[in-house]
Design a protein around this ligand. Structure first.
Ligand code: ATP
Ligand code: MG
Length: 302
C-alpha cells in the first residue's frame, strides 16, 4: 500500500538563517534512520536546494508542474546520490512566488500522494501569504532562527501572522463577519490594547460566537512547532529560543513550542563549498550530531 507522507515545513522568516542547509541535511539524516524522504524546494523564485546536493541542471522543476507543463508531480521528482532520498527542485518562473490559493490547494492534493515517509518543505524567507499558506500545510513546523534579536523578532512576527492566518481562514470559511472584524482589530495592538493577547481575543470572541471561538482555540492548541536555534556558539545563544517560547506563550496562546539548538560548525561551510550536504562528508561533526538529535526529537527511531 502506498505511504502517506508526513509533511515537515522548514520555515525561517529571516533570510540566510539556515533553512536550506537544515532541510538538506535533515533529509539525509532521516534516510539514515531508514525513512524514505522527498525534499522539496518551495523557495519559489530563488530556488537552491538542488545546488546543495551538487545538482547543477535539472530537467524538470516544480514550476513545470505548477504551470501545467507536465501533468504529474512524479515527473518532477529527481533521484539523488543518497539512497532513499529524492528531490523536487524549484524553478525560477517569474511571478510564481505569488501563487493563487487554488494552485496551492491543487499542489497539496498531489503532495499527499507522494510515496514516501517524509516530505520536507524548504520554504522561502518572509511572511508573504505564499510562505504562510505552505507553512500551514505542514503537519510539523520546524522554525529556524539564529540567536540574534532581528532573527528572533522576525520569527515572532511570522508566528503571529500564521496564528492570525489560521483564524482568519476559519472565520472566513464559517462566514462570521463579526469574528473576522474582531480579529482584524486584534491585529492592530496600538488601536486596540484591550485585545493585546490571544487570551484577550479569545474571551471577546467567545462572547460573540462561543462555538467558533472554541474551534479557533482548538486549532491553536494543536499547533506544536519545533524551534531550531541555528548557529549557536555560546551559552547565552542557547537561551535565545526560550525568549521566543515565552512570547508565544504569553501573547499568542501557543503553549507547545519545543526548542532545539544547532551548533555553528565550520564543517557546514566547507561542505557547502564542495556542494555536498555536510552529513555525507563529515557524519560525526557537531552539526551532524545535532541533525541526529533533531531526527530523535521528531520521534523517528532507527
Ligand atoms: N550551523 C551552521 N554552521 C555554519 N554555517 C551555517 C550553519 N547553518 C547555515 N550555515 C551557512 O549559512 C548560510 C545560509 O544558509 P542557508 O542557505 O541554508 O540559509 P537559508 O535560510 O536557506 O537562506 P535563504 O533565506 O536565502 O533561503 C550558508 O552559507 C550556510 O552554509
Ligand atoms: Mg534557502
Amino acid at each position: 500500500m502506498a505511504k502517506v507522507p508526513k509533511i515537515l515545513g522548514v520555515i525561517g522568516p529571516k533570510g540566510g538563517v539556515g533553512k536550506t542547509t537544515i532541510s538538506a541535511n535533515l533529509a539525509v539524516a532521516l534516510t539514515r534512520a531508514g525513512a524514505d524522504v522527498v525534499a522539496m524546494d518551495l523557495d519559489l523564485g530563488s530556488a537552491n536546494l538542488h545546488v546543495v546536493f551538487g545538482i547543477k541542471t535539472v530537467r524538470h522543476t516544480l514550476d513545470d508542474f505548477l504551470v501545467n507543463k507536465v501533468a504529474s508531480l512524479d515527473e518532477v521528482v529527481l533521484e539523488t546520490a543518497v539512497p532513499g532520498l529524492r528531490l523536487i527542485a524549484g524553478g525560477n518562473v517569474p511571478g510564481i512566488a505569488s501563487l493563487p490559493y487554488q494552485r496551492k490547494v491543487k499542489l497539496l492534493r498531489h503532495l499527499r500522494k507522494l510515496d514516501c515517509d517524509f516530505l520536507l518543505l524548504d520554504l522561502a524567507a518572509g511572511v508573504a501569504n505564499n510562505v504562510v499558506d505552505f507553512a500551514l500545510i505542514a503537519q510539523k513546523s520546524l522554525l529556524v532562527t539564529t540567536p540574534d534579536v532581528p532573527s528572533l523578532m522576525s520569527l515572532y512576527s511570522f508566528l503571529k501572522t500564521s496564528v492570525y492566518r489560521r483564524l482568519q481562514l476559519l472565520f472566513k470559511s464559517s462566514g462570521d463577519a463579526e469574528l473576522q472584524a474582531l480579529l482584524e482589530n486584534a491585529g492592530d495592538a496600538e488601536a486596540h490594547p484591550e485585545l493585546k493577547t490571544m487570551a484577550d481575543f479569545s474571551r471577546q470572541a467567545a462572547l460573540l460566537n462561543p462555538e467558533l471561538a472554541e474551534r479557533g482555540a482548538r486549532i491553536l492548541a494543536r499547533f506544536d512547532p519545533l524551534i531550531l536555534v541555528n548557529r549557536v556558539r555560546t551559552a547565552s545563544d542557547m537561551k535565545a529560543g526560550q525568549a521566543i517560547s515565552n512570547l508565544m506563550d504569553q501573547f499568542l496562546g501557543l503553549h507547545r513550542g519545543e526548542i532545539l539548538s544547532i551548533h555553528e560548525d565550520a564543517a557546514v561551510g566547507m561542505a557547502a563549498a564542495r556542494m555536498q550536504p555536510v552529513l555525507l562528508g563529515a557524519p560525526n561533526c557537531a552539526f551532524a550530531r545535532d541533525m541526529q538529535r533533531l531526527v530523535q526529537a521528531l520521534g523517528v527511531r532507527s
